[in-house]
Design a protein around this ligand. Sequence first.
Ligand code: ASP
Ligand code: MG
Length: 417
Amino acid sequence: MPLLVMKFGGTSVADLARIENAAQKVRAEVARGYDVIVIVSAMSGKTNELVGWVETTSKLYDAREYDAVVASGENVTAGLMALRLQEMDVPARSWQGWQVPINTTSAHGSARFLSIPRDHIDAKFSEGFRVAVVAGFQGISTEGRITTLGRGGSDTTAVAFAAAFGAERCDIYTDVDGIYTTDPRITGKARKLDRIAFEEMLELASLGAKVLQTRSVELAMRYKVRLRVLSSFEDTDETSGTLVCDEEEIVESKAVSGVAYSRDEAKMTLLDVADRPGVASAIFGPLADAGVNVDMIVQNISENLAGHSGATTDMTFSVPVNQVDRARKAMEDARAAGIVSYDDLVIDTDVAKVSVVGIGMRSQVGVAARMFAALAAENVNIKVIATSEIKISVLIDRKYMELAVQALHDAFELEKA
Ligand code: ASP
Ligand code: MG
């Protein structure tokens, strides 16, 4: 029988009525002839509550016990979903991660999959069961302890099962009806996309469109799992939602598919860094060692060379705003240790990043020019620019972020299909 993976996020299983609503969607797919693997999240708010209990009990908690507690939210919804399906005469069985077993690394709190053997679940399907309900977000380590995959990890569980079982599709049911050209809260012109390529979704996911866990999209891209994002609160059919798929399935693409933003950026500039081979490595090595996530980087000749012998350079980079202190310390320590020399470190924590994303950019010229013209027309000053094959990002003053997103959405006519 053809197989479907259906994943229900926290808001879709927030209470018993919503679990029943989700179960009806599962039953409908079973009636269409699918065997279904259902991946469930914990009821919304539950994981936060469990994390809070752990942190209140033990400040420097043992990560193995954190996982033992935090994984439990999904166990509840898995059992309830199986019961609800049984009440609807759909033969269903629930599985916790260790029962499958979902084998993972021992990196507690951010474990990665090692293998998902099919035999137990396949055996149940051959016995006549039509649905396997699997607790998302969890697994078992090689030491035999419960692990979790990191917040939002149920998406990744769903994609991993779709890959392991060769599912026809992986449907991610959530509280929005698909992926939009930009955040609809910023412009009413935001439009739901019918399709989006894995690469584009990856850029949008990591740029802050919080619908899918980034790792789930990476995994989907690697194993070519067709992902569909759709609402569990609406009547849905085969055409609902947004399909995240290989670019070959996208017939025609515009230069830009979406505009993403991130509010939580900071800009750091090291002034008058001695310009010699190895300087970049001397700066970004210590930052990496300190776990700082550097995104955009610009190097240019220092403006003020007065009083300095030899050439110096200014190095500007962006980091998440909550990593500024760590980054500053890494730089000050590196300077004290004589690893890098600079005159001053200037930090601007009032910046935002706005990006345009699209696979069509590969084949169309003038996208950057159009982007910069749109920002210029609104008098938005660009502080840093970074580009990749399918993305152009700018750092701007945070107070202009909404304006910039709206202007770019208009400039690339994203409201039009
Ligand atoms: N319940 C977990 C979380 O809130 C995993 C998930 O829902 O994807 O992070
Ligand atoms: Mg989620």
